[in-house]
Write a protein that binds this ligand. Sequence first.
Ligand code: ADP
Ligand code: NA
Length: 344
Amino acid sequence: PNNSTIFSLIQPTGKIHIGNYLGAINSWKELSEVESEGTKYLFGTADLHAITQTIDAKILKQYRMEAIASLISSGLNPEKCILFHQSAVPEHSELNWYLTCITSMGMLNRMTQWKSKAHQDQTSSIFEEKVLEQTKAGLLCYPVLQAADILIYKSTHVPVGDDQSQHLELTRNLAQSFNHIYKTKFFPMPKTLLTPAKKILSLRNPLKKMSKSDVDQSSCIYVTESSEEISKKIRKATTDSIQGKIYYDPVGRPGVSNLINIISGLTKKSIDETVVDLQWINDHKQLKDHVTELIVEEFKEKRHMYDQLLNDVAYLDKICQQGRDKAREIASDNIKQIRGIIGL
Ligand code: ADP
Ligand code: NA
C-alpha cells in the first residue's frame, strides 16, 4: 500500500541460510518491487540483538558485512531500500529505554523464544529457576528492543517468518500502552506480514527449525554455498524409509515434507500444486536430486554477485552509511517528538 513503512531486520549471527532467504529476504525483495507511492523500505542487520549471546568481535564484523552482501545479492535494490546496521542508529537504543520503562516483567516472561535460547546455553539438567538466575537481561529484554526497532520508524508492516509473531504481538501491546499512557496517537499499530513460505527445518533434524545458530553446519543450506556442497548436504538430509511415491505429511514425514516446503518456497507454488508437480518422482533420491537442482539454480548468480560484493568492502560500507543517514533522518525526527510526548 501507498505511504507505508515496511521494516525488518536479520541477525548477523551466522551465514544466511535458505530459511532466512525463503522466510524473509526473498519476500522483502518482492514487497520492495510492488509499485507504491511514498512507501519506505528499511532492511538491515540486528547487530544489537546479535550481542545478546557472546560473539567474537571479528566474526560479528564479518557476519554484518555478509548479511548486507546477502541482502543486495538476493535482489534488494540499495537505491530503493534503506539498508543499514541497527547499531548505527542510536535512536533504537533510546526508544528501547522508554519502552523498557512501560514493559512488565510478566509480559517478558510470557515470551517463549528467550527460554529456548537460554536453555541452549545450559545443560538441560539445570532447573528452571536456575536458568532464569543465569539468563542475561539482554536476552530477556530482546523483544522490547525489537519493538523499539519497529516503532522508531513508525513502521506499518513487518514481514517476518512465523517464529516472530509472538514478538510482534508484544510490539503492538507496547505501542498501545505508550499511546494510552501518554494520551497520544503517535505510534501506528504495525501489521505482521507473515511470509507465505513454510518454516524451513533443519536438514539433519527436521523437528527443529533451520537456524544460523545451529552448530551443525550440515543442517543448513547457506545461500553462498557451492553446488557440490549443496548437493552433498541434500543427499545427507534426514528423510524416512517409506518406499514409493512421496507425499506431504509434516508430522509423519517431516524430512520429506521439509524438502517439499523448500521446493514450494522456491517455485512459489502452493504445497498442493507442488505435490501434483512431483508425481513423476518415484523415490527419495529423485526428490533430493530435484531439490538440489532447484536450489543450485536459484543461488547460482546470486552467489557470484555475493562474492564480488564481499571483495568490495568499500562499496558495502558506502551503502551502509547511506542507509544509516536515511534511517537516522526518520529516527531522529521521531525521537524528538517522542521526547516531547514524554516530557523530556
Ligand atoms: P535465525 O534464527 O536463523 O538466526 P533470524 O532470527 O535472524 O534467523 O531471522 C531472520 C528472519 O528469517 C526472520 O524474519 C525469521 O522469521 C526468518 N527465519 C529464520 N529462520 C527461518 C526458517 N528456518 N524458516 C523460515 N524463516 C526463517
Ligand atoms: Na530467530
